[in-house]
Structures are given as C-alpha cells and as structure tokens.
Design a protein around this ligand. Structure first.
Ligand SMILES: CC(C)(COP(=O)(O)OP(=O)(O)OC[C@H]1O[C@@H](n2cnc3c(N)ncnc32)[C@H](O)[C@@H]1OP(=O)(O)O)[C@@H](O)C(=O)NCCC(=O)NCCS
Length: 188
C-alpha cells in the first residue's frame, strides 16, 4: 500500500531530474568552445569562427557567459563593458532549446548586470532580416534606436540598433539610478 510519501530513492531521482533540467548562467570557459561553436553555426548564416570568439574574449572589457543545462551548454552571450553601457556582440540559443525561456534568462542576467553595475543602457545591432531576434528583444523592453546602413561587411545588410534603458522600477532594486556626482557640484 502506498503511504503517499516519496521514498528516499524517489526524492533522489526527482532531485537528479531537477538538476538536469535546471539552467545555470555562468562565465564562459575555453572548454565550452565546442558547444558554443555548435550553437553559433546552427544559429547564423554568417557565423563567427572560433578565432573570432577567442580574439574578442581576450579583450579586457569583453565578457562571455553561457547557459548550461546538465552537462550541455545550450546558449551563450558575449558583451562588452563600456563606461555607461553594455554592448551585446553575440547572443544565441541552440535550436533544440529555443522557446523554453533560455534567451529570456540570459537577457534577465544582462539587465541584472546593467543595473547592479549602475550603467545606463544595453545596446546591440540586429540584422534587418532577423525578425525573430527583433521580436524577442522588443519583448524584453528593447527599442529600435536607429538604422545602421550597410552595417554588415558579409552581406551589406542594414542593422537596427536596439537599446534597453532601465525603468525606475528596475533601478529601485539597486538603490536608484546612477548619480553623476561631478555634475552635482558643477555651478556651485
Ligand atoms: C532570439 C533567440 C536568442 C531567442 O531565444 P529563446 O531561448 O528561444 O527565447 P525565449 O524562449 O526566451 O523566448 C522568449 C520570447 O521571444 C519571442 N520569440 C522567441 N522566438 C520566437 C520565434 N521563433 N518567433 C516569434 N517569437 C519568438 C516570443 O515572444 C517568446 O515568448 P513565447 O515563447 O512565450 O512566445 C533565439 O531564437 C536564437 O538563438 N536565434 C538565433 C540567434 C540570434 O538571432 N541571435 C540574436 C542576434 S542579435
């Protein structure tokens, strides 16, 4: 007869299943490159080479992060830190993991970084023809700021520059928007 209570073995199994499905966002390391390259090639017609990634990540202001589920890396993002903004250079989720909220998790992480570092906006360029990415970023509060004519050397395609600026509500969690302390004393 079942008591309705989970046995220890059942609890262990449930925990293993939960661990395997939980997604973690962490720093990218060299060992992630094969998975990252697989997602990159499956995502873009004009994909970055491994050298492009390594050259970029060698820059002091360039950060790589991955989304990992179990032992697999299923998404990544690369961004640059500038004084007042974060610039997203590359962002993709493996086709087999799309529409499950992984992209949303990565954007949330980026917004968390933006506010906690007290920078003022996230910018990115998206191909004019990449409507899915435009819909995705718009859904996360990004707005098209300008058209970048013939932005891509490979195809000559235009890009939209999209920007995210945190609302008061987002800043509230981090003690309010950044303050320009120098300007506060100007004119005194
Ligand atoms: C854009 C991308 C990163 C989205 O990742 P994802 O993990 O699938 O995103 P999510 O599951 O968090 O989707 C969130 C929302 O974005 C929108 N969206 C995502 N994919 C979409 C699609 N194919 N069509 C329409 N809307 C879509 C939807 O509003 C979706 O919410 P819903 O599933 O409840 O409808 C992914 O499609 C991708 O890797 N594309 C190829 C690479 C790329 O274009 N990168 C951006 C370069 S600027």
């Amino acid at each position: 007869m079942s008591t309705g209570r989970a046995t220890r073995r059942e609890r262990d199994r449930d925990r293993r299943v939960a661990d395997a499905t939980a997604v973690h966002i962490r720093w990218m390391i060299r060992r992630d490159m094969p998975d990252v390259m697989q997602t990159e090639r499956a995502s873009f017609e004009y994909s970055w080479t491994e050298d492009d990634f390594l050259r970029c990540l060698r820059q002091r202001n360039c950060i790589g992060m991955v989304a990992e589920r179990g032992d697999s890396v299923i998404g990544f993002m690369i961004y640059e830190l500038h004084r007042t903004r974060l610039h997203l250079l590359n962002f993709a989720v493996h086709p087999s993991a799309r529409r499950t909220g992984i992209g949303a998790m990565m954007v949330d992480k980026l917004i968390y970084k933006l506010c906690s570092h007290r920078r003022q906006k996230i910018s990115l360029a998206v191909r004019e023809g990449n409507v899915v990415a435009q819909v995705f970023f718009r859904g996360h509060g990004f707005k098209a700021a300008k058209v970048l004519r013939n932005y891509y050397e490979d195809s000559g395609e235009d890009a939209y520059q999209m920007e995210y600026k945190p609302a008061e509500l987002d800043w509230a969690e981090y003690g309010g928007p950044p303050v320009n302390r120098i300007a506060m004393y100007e004119g005194n």
